[in-house]
Ligand binder design. Structure first.
Ligand code: SAH
Length: 352
């Protein structure tokens, strides 16, 4: 059975060596060769592995699951070259990933789950619910497939696509170790950002992992009441517990927290909201990223004018040094999280 097989691309070098030596009874150097084929040359199948003997390939075929992704769609923005990919996994489930080109390098935004159960009101990823977690190999696979398809070296990774990474904790931590492994793609942990809606115990656990990644918190509101209206997770973890967890994360890792704040016209974009936000987080070493909300057709949230966004920025700058308004990438392609996948599935349902 497929699911009893070893997920080869999710193993770290120590686990792979153990598997190759103790399960397959092959010499240790084969593990290093395999690891390089998987994580440096980004091989899509065993055929590409030219220095691996046929006998070993046959054993791998029999015992392992080599999970690669199938590219279903790729939209390329005419404005800024942003590429939005839709991939299908072995079981036919689909997830989105985005390649964004910046002056400082190429950044890939990956999904961490199929669907999402967090229910944030403005987000398209959660509308059809949650299906399953992605494995480390499936998260790596999105980056590997994009690097191969685009021919561009990926230098930054953001886990901000569909899904709640802290709801897929063990796989995310394993993924971070694999993508930053010096024997693999070796992407610096400082160039990795993981975004969470605020699962407090997991944030504390992550702080204790001895990683140097950036933690981004989807805050989106200046107080408990408003946050609970937009994000059901706030009913489980009070905003004050979340802020305390952020303080703990900074104390343990020395890494500045990023707060994401989606500006929704008439909901959280008043100057009064900016002041309240400043009082809430002004004591933290942090960066705020203001994101004019990307309207989805299923909800009637409206984005504020840029003038209003600038006014909000100006107010909050009295309390926090680093405030940016997120530059919208790929404006001409399905922008908001989960929209491409959702459109694809909905269209398919209509035509089937
Ligand atoms: N579950 C994680 C990561 C996925 S969402 C999290 O909540 O952080 C990535 C970011 O995009 C989050 O800050 C999320 O709140 C935001 N987002 C989702 N839909 C959006 C929309 N329509 N407009 C603006 N931001 C959105």
């Amino acid at each position: 059975m497929c699911n009893e097989k070893t997920d080869l691309r999710s193993l770290n070098l120590i686990e792979l060596t153990d598997f190759v030596v103790n399960e397959l009874h092959e010499p240790k150097f084969r593990a290093k060769q395999l690891y390089e084929w998987i994580h440096i040359h980004l091989a899509q199948n065993y055929d590409e592995m030219t220095n691996i003997p046929k006998s070993l390939k046959a054993k791998l075929e029999e015992t392992c699951d080599y999970r690669t992704l199938r590219q279903i769609d790729c939209q390329i923005s005419k404005i800024d070259g942003t590429r939005k990919y839709l991939f299908a996994f072995e079981d036919g489930q689909m997830a989105e990933s985005v390649l964004m080109k910046y002056k400082h390098g190429n950044s890939v935004c990956i999904s961490s789950q199929i669907g999402c159960k967090m229910g944030c009101k403005f987000c398209a990823s959660t509308l059809d619910g949650w299906f399953r977690n992605l494995t480390p190999a499936e998260m790596l696979g999105q980056i590997y497939a994009i690097q191969k398809d685009s021919g561009e070296r990926v230098s930054n990774v953001v886990v901000m696509g569909t899904g709640e990474p802290m709801d897929n904790y063990d796989n995310i931590v394993k993924f971070i170790h694999l993508i930053s492994d010096e024997n693999g793609l070796n992407i610096s942990q400082r160039n990795i950002t993981v975004s969470t809606c605020g699962i407090v115990p997991r944030i504390k656990q992550l702080a204790d992992e001895d990683l140097t990644i950036t933690l981004a918190i989807s805050l989106h509101a200046p107080n408990q009441e408003k946050r609970a209206e937009l994000m059901p997770i706030a009913n489980k973890y009070h905003i004050s517990e979340l802020i305390d967890a952020c303080q703990y994360y900074f104390e343990k890792t020395g890494r500045r927290i990023t707060f994401e704040y989606s500006l929704v016209a008439g909901v959280n974009d008043r100057e009064k909201d900016a002041e309240e936000l400043g009082q809430l987080i002004g004591h933290l070493n942090c960066h705020i990223n203001l994101i004019p909300v990307n309207p989805i057709k299923e909800r009637d949230f409206v984005s504020p004018s840029m003038d209003r966004a600038y006014a909000f920025q100006k107010k909050i700058e009295k309390y926090v040094n680093n405030v940016t308004i997120r530059r919208e990438m790929g404006r001409d392609i399905d922008g908001a999280c989960g929209q491409l996948r959702k459109r694809y599935i909905d269209d398919k349902l209509l035509t089937d």
